[in-house]
Design a binder for this molecule. Structure first.
Ligand SMILES: [Zn+2]
Length: 44
């Protein structure tokens, strides 16, 4: 899911799967659709 957060008076969209943060809702939605959180590269 994409979590919407407000920080520094700006709205951010965070991918709950991997923690990536986007400043554009559409970008977060698109990322989430292709998210590979089950296989995060930074944990390998
Ligand atoms: Zn993600």
């Amino acid at each position: 899911m994409v979590e919407e957060t407000t920080r520094d008076e700006a709205t951010w969209y965070r991918c709950e799967e991997c923690g990536l943060v986007f400043d554009i809702d559409a970008d977060a939605q698109q990322h989430e659709a292709n998210c590979t959180a089950e296989d995060p590269p930074y944990l390998r």
